[in-house]
Design a protein around this ligand. Structure first.
Ligand code: SF4
Ligand code: SF4
Length: 385
């Protein structure tokens, strides 16, 4: 008996995708060149060809619960080889951007972060909060004597402010990731799932920490160094901040630390790695003309560069005793840090968490089993036996 299949396109989703950087998706004529050249796709039901047609047809729910979208590392081998200029690498990036907004909690913040028109409000919120804290606990007058940032924004207030932001971000991110995971399980079903989430997560982590998938592609090899620099730069910056916090609460040590100290060394190396990594990504973006850079990408690059540059600058202007600009520079740096923490679940920064969860599920669903992936192959062999 002949069966009819009805496709109900989500037209708003198609419009949103186009605004989020997927404006070329309608050009695709399903030749599958992209799936052939992609080195990261599984042989069975490969991406990104199928995602291109789902995007053209406005199949939002399918795409939002598709772990394959997170196996793509936007190397753009597919975009370079696409005969129609449909930019599948950009379309998959736009789908990932849509996912943050789709699963965001509270959802209105996700929507605001994805629209340039709301940027002034988005920026104003951390500025107002930080200025209010300075008004309540800090010192409006430029403090006399040695430049000590804690005299302007006390250490206790720093910890209270940013731990509150972090707490909010973790709750919000947890809700979003939980929604994402449930959607993938619901769509995929239990059949074929291999093992439990935690072992699959642990098995996926070495790939994530080594950034090895970035190295697999041809077109975007330089991005491997850029992403690696930014990733481990943030690890260094967070480690230095955590050490300062432990020093303050555990041993009563106040900032500033001596220039020659372990904390400063870790922090400065982290800051330098962030700036160099972001510059590599930026140069690659400008030099690659076949793809495009969307709003979320520009915001992320600006945020990462802003964090790194102002972080290093706060120290430089303090050591150079540039009193007039030291405290404003420090305040600008705090605004960047506040933006990072407060909007982590809604900005492109969240892709680290979503990619980790997507890769974990892909492993569990036996989608992320490439020939080079020995750990996964061993696990698969063990299941087959
Ligand atoms: S995106 Fe390009 S390469 Fe891929 S199927 Fe469509 S037209 Fe072919
Ligand atoms: S951007 Fe790279 S990883 Fe992503 S689908 Fe295209 S070829 Fe594959």
């Amino acid at each position: 008996m002949e069966q009819d299949f009805m496709v109900e396109p989500d037209l708003k989703f198609i419009r949103d995708m186009k605004k989020a950087g997927g404006d070329s998706l309608k050009k695709c004529f399903q030749c599958a060149t992209c799936s052939v050249v992609c080195k990261l796709t599984p042989d069975d039901s490969p991406f990104p060809r199928k995602e291109m047609i789902w995007a053209q047809w406005g199949q939002k729910e399918k795409l939002m619960s598709d772990p394959d979208v997170w196996l793509c590392h936007q190397c753009n081998d597919c975009t370079t080889n696409c005969p129609r200029g449909a930019k599948p690498g950009d379309v998959l990036a736009a789908i990932r951007n849509e996912a943050f907004t789709h699963y965001a909690f509270p959802s209105f913040i996700g929507k605001m972060l994805s629209r340039p028109a709301y940027l002034p409000i988005i920026m104003a919120v951390p500025v107002i909060i930080l200025l209010a804290v300075v008004g309540l606990f800090g010192e409006w007058e430029v403090p006399v004597g040695e430049i000590i940032y804690a005299n302007f924004y006390p250490e206790l207030a720093i910890d209270a402010t940013f731990l509150s932001f972090l707490f909010f971000a973790l709750i919000s991110l947890g809700v979003g990731l939980n929604r994402f995971w449930k959607a993938m399980v619901e769509r995929h079903g239990q059949a074929g799932l291999m093992g439990a989430p935690v072992p699959n997560l642990l098995a996926a982590l070495p790939t994530i920490f080594a950034h090895s998938k970035f190295r697999t592609c041809d077109e975007g090899k330089e991005r491997y160094y850029g992403h690696l620099g930014v990733f481990y730069g943030f690890v260094g910056a967070f480690a230095a901040s955590a050490l300062v916090m432990v020093g303050y609460w555990g041993f009563g040590i106040h900032t500033p630390y001596p220039t020659i100290s372990l904390v400063k060394l870790i922090g400065n190396l982290g800051g330098a790695a962030i700036v160099i990594g972001a510059l590599i990504v930026l140069v690659k973006r400008f030099s690659y003309t076949k793809g495009s850079t969307g709003y979320n990408d520009w915001v992320l690059i600006a945020l990462v560069l802003g964090l790194g540059v102002t972080g290093l600058a706060t120290q430089f202007v303090r050591l150079a005793d540039m009193r007039g600009i030291a405290y404003p520079t420090y305040l600008i740096h705090l605004v960047f840090v506040a933006y990072l923490f407060l909007y982590l679940p809604f900005s492109k920064m969240a892709h680290i968490a979503y990619r980790t969860v997507g890769m974990t599920f892909a492993r569990q669903a036996q989608r992320d089993l490439l020939v080079s992936d020995e750990v996964a192959l061993e696990a698969k062999t063990a299941v087959v036996k």
